[in-house]
Design a protein around this ligand. Structure first.
Ligand code: GCW
Length: 693
């Protein structure tokens, strides 16, 4: 070996040892670390400056959350900076990070920030560069331990995002109180509409996995988990299962995540040996109270129940001629002495209520406004049908002023390509949160309506499972991330959330970030184009995945595709104007007028609200048929283009995740072409028979 090549080798070795270079940043990754990868920083100046601001950790002692905080900071700094930062009791030099609350930390108490902290609440926090005992320090302070934990993750995110941390003055608080994941996990470990492997906790659990799940949630502010499916097995309320729930709660507690359970309304009969589940029967009320007492004995911070009743075959109060309010209230009274809540789902669509499925929940629930106990939420999906890739907002938002509504979003991609298609859902959720309900006149956006209630919350149906990368598709992690961030602050922009996630999950190179961002931001509209152009919806069969526009389900009309598209020689679409089902009248002015007229209905929702002839003239000047075909083609082209854009990233991200995502994108573009071909061929058979003038 020549002297020169030896020197070169030595330099390379030094660089690698210092954590510089491709070897480090492009090591194979499984995706297990999510957005908490903490890869070694390459920029030495930046590393040095962070090191100055993080010479020691002062975190609350004798507090499980304090230990979590200290451990997270230590492992993040080991990763990012390559240093072991000690946990100390007192700052003895410049650069300590002091985390705590006025009651867990005498240092924080001595700062005199109590008023400011109590204004931000137990989950809010400040992060400030200041002086403590004569030493420069960063203080992460909150009124509550949860806020201290969230502030810690915020501070770590600044470094993960390569932001300066030397002169901080940040104050934050969540806009919604309950930020929950709903797990549709069955007790046998299967997950309803889960595409990422089996349940994290049923029938057994890997403690470290559950802990890492909790860390990830804490990093985005999730503070509750419903750990069993809303299609609830009554066994989940029996003593052995409650002990398991308590064990899960024990693991989640330091991360400030409360456990909630889905309750089966027929539990008193099915597991309690009662002869009735009638909510107005005294023995039933007594049973629920005793059950609640038992649960709180095991899980003192238990959050409460979610209930799916009289929906899709689940039992409920209507089995006894009682109302949803009667049903919710009996459970609400049981948990109320313990501070618990009930989330009563409004996902009901009894065919007797109205011929149009999208009208049924509103029709049933609006008359119940004011009849629920104080600690009941009505839990309402974002749209009136069922998690379609695009729906108008659910008309219940803004229509039940006396009842807090908990918005339910779906993170798992049941109708959005499951774990095979890359679809960044934040734009869809944002469209919902920003939709103006006109409940109190213009400017009554859904986000404002739900944040302005006396109790506030939002739930997301989780997409997590035991797959090594948690969510099946590496990009589905972004939806988990985005849900948490929007639950914390619905005003955040989808681009900003994407940027955070990309930089923490994939890397910082500007070209890399902008390519991935463009893929993500374009993905939802592409998906809509190839699966539900112009507001067509539910063109699927039982697997909710592949195109099946011909599907006519013998069990229920409203599980059929034909019920929704109504295509025949005279036209296509569902007439929900006043001449049709009248669903538009569940919305306030001016929406009901705008959406009654095809000319003022956005193209994106045209066939949701209208039934139109094939030669209807679109705003573009094209016929409806031509526009439909064009949109299908466009969607398929766009899917192909997502794949093409991804291929430009070869070598810029680790090969393992690169290949995994590429394989999924190939499948997606093939699926999109199949959607286009199947739907165009099917609808053409009707269009071709249209009466010609
Ligand atoms: O989206 C539909 C799903 C069902 C689900 C139901 C619900 C849990 O297809 O699997 O059941 O909604 O939200 O209750």
């Amino acid at each position: 070996m020549t002297r020169r090549s030896r020197r070169l080798l030595a330099v390379c070795a030094a660089l690698v040892a210092a954590g510089v270079g491709f070897a480090v940043s492009l090591r194979a990754e499984t995706g297990y670390d999510l957005w908490l990868r903490y890869p070694r920083l390459i920029d030495l100046d930046q590393r040095a400056s962070y090191q100055q601001s993080a010479t020691a950790i002062v975190a609350p002692q004798r507090s499980a959350t304090g230990d979590v905080i200290a451990a997270e900071i230590a492992s993040a700094l080991r990763g990012l900076l390559g240093v072991d930062v000690p946990r100390v009791g007192q700052p003895r030099s410049d650069g300590a990070v002091i985390v705590g609350t006025p009651s867990t930390s005498p240092l924080v108490a001595a700062l005199g920030w109590t008023d400011a902290l109590s204004r931000l609440g137990d989950e809010g926090y400040v992060i400030r560069s200041t002086t403590v005992g004569g030493h420069a320090a960063t203080v992460i302070a909150s009124n509550g331990e949860a806020g201290a934990l969230y502030g810690t993750f915020h501070w770590l995110r600044l470094m993960q995002m390569h932001q300066p941390v030397a002169h901080l003055d940040i104050a934050e608080h969540p806009r919604l109180e309950r930020r929950l994941l709903n797990h549709w996990d069955n007790l046998d470990g299967s997950i309803e509409r889960g595409y990422a492997g089996r349940s994290l906790w049923w029938p057994d659990r890997i403690e470290q996995r559950v802990r890492d799940y909790a860390r990830a949630n804490a990093s985005i502010g999730i503070n509750g988990a419903v750990i069993n499916s809303v299609n609830a097995n009554p066994q989940s309320l029996t003593a052995p299962l409650l002990r398991q729930a308590a064990d899960i709660a024990r693991i989640l507690r330091p991360y400030r995540i409360r456990v909630y359970l889905a309750a089966n309304f027929a539990a008193p009969k099915m597991i309690g040996g009662l002869t009735t589940d009638d909510p107005l029967d005294a023995s039933v009320a007594r049973w629920w109270r005793a059950k609640a007492d038992e649960i709180y004995g095991l899980i003192p911070d238990f959050g409460g129940f979610v209930v799916k009743a009289n929906s899709e075959g689940q039992p409920g109060p209507q089995d006894y001629g009682r109302t949803h309010a009667d049903g919710a209230n009996v459970l609400a009274d049981a948990v109320s002495p313990h501070g618990g809540i009930v989330m009563w789902r409004a996902f009901v669509y009894d065919a007797d209520v109205d011929p149009d499925r999208v009208k049924r929940a509103y029709t049933e629930f609006v008359p119940l406004d004011g009849k629920f106990r104080e600690n009941v939420f009505a839990q309402v999906k974002n749209g009136p049908l069922d998690f379609q890739p695009r729906e108008p907002f659910h008309p219940l938002f803004g229509a039940m002023p006396k009842t807090p509504l908990m918005a339910e979003l779906q993170i798992t991609q049941e109708y959005l390509g499951q774990a095979n298609h890359l679809v960044y859902l934040a734009p869809m959720w944002k469209e919902f949160l920003d939709a103006d309900t006109y409940a109190q006149g213009a400017g009554s956006q859904v986000a404002k309506v739900i944040a302005g209630q006396r109790r506030t919350g939002i739930a997301g149906v989780a997409n997590t499972g035991r797959d090594i990368n948690w969510s099946g598709h590496d990009f589905a992690q972004a939806n988990w991330y985005a849900f948490g961030r929007l639950a914390w602050d619905p005003a955040l922009s989808v681009g900003a959330i994407a940027d955070e996630w990309i930089r923490m999950t994939w890397g910082h190179d500007p070209a890399l970030v902008s390519t991935i961002r463009s893929i993500m931001l374009d993905s939802r509209e592409a998906y809509v184009h190839y699966t539900m152009p112009l507001g067509l919806h539910h063109l699927i069969g039982g697997n909710h995945y592949a195109p099946m526009p011909e599907n006519t389900d013998p069990r229920r009309a409203d599980w059929s595709a034909t019920y929704y598209h109504r295509a025949d020689a005279s036209g296509i679409g569902y007439d929900r104007t006043r001449q049709g089902s009248g669903a538009v009248d569940q919305y306030r002015s001016p929406l009901r007028e705008l959406w009654s007229d095809p000319a003022t209905t956005p193209d994106q929702l045209l066939l949701w609200f209208h039934r139109l002839p094939w030669d209807y003239r679109m705003k573009s000047g094209r016929t409806l048929w031509d526009e439909l075909v064009l949109t299908y083609r466009r969607g398929a082209d766009e899917a192909k283009d997502l794949e093409t854009r991804w291929t430009t990233l070869r070598g810029q991200v680790d090969e393992q995740r690169y290949q995994a995502v590429l394989a999924k994108l190939r499948r997606q573009s093939a699926d999109a072409a199949a959607w286009r071909d199947a739907c165009v061929a099917y609808f053409r058979t009707f269009m071709a028979k249209q009466p010609r003038p």
